[in-house]
Design a protein around this ligand. Structure first.
Ligand code: MD3
Ligand code: FE
Length: 206
């Protein structure tokens, strides 16, 4: 079921069937333990993030806030490609929400019980892409998360949205630069064959 939360902000609830969630969970786990593994980023100011991260297509450098082809802030390894299976999920969901995306990068984040993501804007993609309102597509797998979404100013009030495994969120057009974050993970809520913890994949066009 598709719910429009604001202009350009569409929640596709239960977008992925249970078997597809399990298949994608396994793919995420396999990737995160592969030759180019998931790691814990250190960001500007020296703080470690509480999520594990693996970027596909292009790497987000947490020290420069720029995208690059090698993980120069961590181990220098070349970034793996986005598996076509994953890119197809993002393209189809965007289309269903009334948008078009050619995802050339994906940020995979792994949340344990205590992981959070502070409220932020996603504005490290090309200015032209952002100005065009090309969406970010988010896929949630595993444990449920309390997500908050605000406005275009950090001071704007936020609304909570629960994201469960198999949900997809598309945020484009006038919602592309909304502030958002993850305030908590609900341990033990992952469907059978997923979890523990939560993978979130955000597909982006650079
Ligand atoms: C609304 N991830 O990776 S995804 C991130 O659930 C990130 O793991 C969160 O924020 C997570 O950058 C949220 C949903 C999302 C992503 C981008 C948005 C919602 C958004 C941009 C604008 C408005
Ligand atoms: Fe974000």
């Amino acid at each position: 079921m598709n719910v429009t939360l604001a202009d350009g902000l569409v929640l596709l609830q239960s977008r992925l069937a249970a078997a597809e969630q399990r298949e994608l969970w396994l793919l995420c786990r396999t990737l995160s333990e592969g030759a180019v593994p998931m790691y814990t980023p250190t960001v500007r100011g020296g703080r470690k993030m509480s999520v594990g991260m693996l970027c596909l297509g292009k790497h987000w450098n947490g020290l420069t806030y720029q995208y690059e082809d090698r993980r120069s802030d961590f181990d220098g390894l070349a970034v793996p490609e986005i598996p076509p299976r994953l890119a197809n999920v993002a393209r189809a969901a965007a289309e269903d929400a009334g948008f078009t995306i050619q995802p050339d990068l994906c940020i995979m984040n792994y949340y344990s019980d205590s992981s959070k993501m502070g409220v932020h804007q996603d504005k490290d993609e090309r200015p032209e892409t952002i100005a065009a309102g090309i969406p970010i597509v988010s896929v949630s797998l595993g444990d449920e998360a309390r997500f908050v979404v605000g406005g275009l100013s950090r001071r704007d009030p936020t609304s909570p949205v629960m994201l469960t495994s198999g949900d997809v969120v598309v945020m484009g057009g006038p919602s592309r630069l909304r502030y958002h974050g993850v305030t908590r993970i609900l341990p033990g809520t992952a469907p059978h064959g997923t979890g523990p913890g939560r993978f979130n994949l955000t597909f982006r066009q650079w």
